[in-house]
Write a protein that binds this ligand. Structure first.
Ligand code: NIG
Length: 407
């Protein structure tokens, strides 16, 4: 074995059955140990059963902390340029996110700044954001385009994401979000922008594998159900999983649309209705909650995480790191808010950033620790996963390990 992790309080594999209680899915092994060879897990079990460690093996002493799978942040917008701290100030003074967007701020501001940035600049700006995620144990992150909103700038964003994926250790999964906002120059002919995304951009992106999924912002200030259907159907036809930002700022039946289109995820859901919860219940769609943005954008209520879980809907969590609605890379804060405000238990919140987060990006091998699976691991300084939401907003990660390498 090239690497061993020992002297843990427990290993939380997140590899139990998904259809039962969250506590069972956690698959905890008291005083567990992990062995790694060629970047894959070759042993996970009680330390007493760990095979003899040879001389060249790197041994990480967890010093009584717990070990879990690398976090998967399944919804981020970390590639962007510019700053919107003045909008934050306006929100603190009572203006809403939608009022600011209607006055020319919001996503449009970041689009202008991002269009003016070179690919090198976008890479340089996103690198420290990814480093902050990595320091907390994030080993995989999804990153969306959507701040380019013309063909050239969207492709530049996606190329920047691809470059970042090999330039630093956090594995990146790109999502095309061409329908994030109606570009200023298409305001009077929005149909043309939708057509361009459907007929020209998405086929090229799928062909060149520049994105692994397609996302759409369905909202009063963004795109309608019909527009989302047009791109969503095309994405499915091209073999790209569909994700939807829905029911975030206004209730618009978005969860029902996600179910209808067979979306892999329905993200946000602050305004989801009882019918929406019922629609998700039988759809297989994963609810992705972004509680930091509910707080930061002052867009209450918080999404009904408890009701969603109780209905049997899988719930993932994310930082939704972006310059407008969630200028935060803080995993512990998102987990804590998910418990305090969305009504999840610490076990459910932990699974939201591990096993279920991985399902949200269609990467079921991630977010769990299993023999044969990738050795993406976090060694924490605390004894229990419960400390992560409880020690609100603080970073407990001592070592982040990506494919068997300490990063
Ligand atoms: O997920 N809702 C749409 N997109 C982002 C916000 C983007 C922005 O304000 O720049 C979100 O919250």
């Amino acid at each position: 074995m090239e690497l061993v992790v020992r002297n843990t309080s427990e290993v939380v594999t997140c590899d139990g059955a998904l259809d039962g209680r969250a506590e069972d899915t956690l698959g905890r092994i008291p005083r567990g140990a992990i062995g790694v060879e060629n970047g894959r897990v070759v042993f996970v079990g009680p330390e007493a059963e760990l095979p003899v460690v040879s001389k060249g093996t790197i041994v990480i002493d967890a010093r009584g902390g717990f070990v879990g799978p690398g976090f998967v942040d399944c919804h981020t917008h970390v590639v962007f340029a510019g700053d919107r701290s003045d909008e934050f100030e306006q929100r603190c003074q009572g203006k809403t996110y939608l009022e600011i967007a209607a006055a020319g701020g919001g996503i449009a501001r970041t689009v202008t700044a991002t269009r003016n940035a070179t690919e090198d600049e976008l890479v340089a700006l996103a690198t420290p954001r990814l480093a902050r995620l990595r320091a907390q144990g994030v080993t995989t992150a999804e990153v969306k385009s959507g701040y380019g909103l013309d063909a050239e700038s969207e492709l530049r964003m996606l190329r920047a994401i691809a470059r970042l994926g090999s330039a630093q250790p956090v594995e990146l999964v790109a999502t095309f979000l061409g329908l994030h906002a109606v570009p200023a120059e298409y305001k009077q002919r929005r149909d043309e922008w939708v057509r361009l995304c459907v007929d020209e951009l998405l086929p090229v992106i799928a062909r060149d594998r520049l994105a692994a999924a397609c996302d759409i912002f369905v909202e009063q200030s963004a795109f309608t159900h019909d527009e989302a259907r047009r791109l969503g159907v095309k994405a499915r036809a091209l073999g790209l999983p569909l994700r939807l930002h829905v029911d975030q700022l206004t209730a618009n039946g978005g969860a029902q649309l996600a179910a209808e289109l067979g979306a892999v995820t329905a993200d946000h859901l602050e305004q989801i209705s009882t019918e929406g919860i019922a629609a998700l219940k039988h759809s297989g769609t994963i609810a992705v909650l972004a509680p930091t943005s509910t707080l930061f954008a002052r867009a209450k209520p918080y999404a009904p995480g408890r009701a969603l879980r109780d209905a049997g809907v899988p719930v993932a969590l994310c930082t939704n790191c972006n310059p407008g609605s969630s200028n935060s890379e803080n995993v512990s804060l998102a987990m804590g808010l998910a418990c305090i405000e969305n009504g999840l238990t610490p076990a459910e919140a932990y699974l939201g950033f591990t096993r279920i987060g991985a399902l949200a990006i269609s990467r079921p091998e991630l977010g769990r620790i299993a023999v044969g699976g990738p050795a993406d691991l976090v060694v924490f300084a605390c004894e229990s996963y419960r400390t992560l939401p409880y020690h609100l907003g603080m970073n407990e990660a001592a070592h982040t390990i990506k494919r068997g390498q300490r990063v």
